[in-house]
Structure formats: structure tokens, C-alpha cells
Unconditional design. Structure first.
Length: 77
């Protein structure tokens, strides 16, 4: 039986999402633990920048994206 962690990556793969855009903090570290080799973690220095990068990537490629942000004051735009 797959764990929730393993199933999450399986669902992301099935939907063509292998790039993760983020500015993670300690809350998101369990998600990044044992990060699969076929995924790419694209980091930004601030939440708004990460959203802009992810949006541009999605528009340029036509692919859905996953944005992994922590909840803090930087998320309010």
C-alpha cells in the first residue's frame, strides 16, 4: 500500500506535474523529504516571485504547475 506521500507524487506525475515551484519553510519539509529524482524543485526568494515564475512557466508550456508556499505574511499580495 502506498503512503500519502508516495500517492501525492503519483497523482502529480499522472497529471504531468513534475516541477514544483516554491519558497518552502519548515511546514513543507515533509513534502520535500525523499524528493523524487524525476521532479524539479524550483525555488524563489519570495512568495510573489514564486507565483510569477510558476504562472509564466504554466503560460509558456501550457502545463499545470504546483506552487508550494508556506503561510506567512509574504503570501498576501
Amino acid at each position: 500500500m502506498l503512503t500519502v506521500h508516495e500517492m501525492t507524487y503519483k497523482i502529480l506525475r499522472k497529471n504531468g506535474i513534475t516541477e514544483v515551484f516554491g519558497n518552502p519553510c519548515s511546514n513543507e519539509l515533509p513534502f520535500l523529504k525523499k524528493f523524487p529524482n524525476d521532479f524539479e524543485d524550483i525555488l524563489g526568494l519570495q512568495e510573489g516571485v514564486v507565483l510569477g515564475i510558476a504562472d509564466g512557466y504554466s503560460q509558456a508550456t501550457g502545463k499545470p504547475v504546483l506552487v508550494n508556499l508556506h503561510s506567512a505574511t509574504g503570501t498576501s499580495l
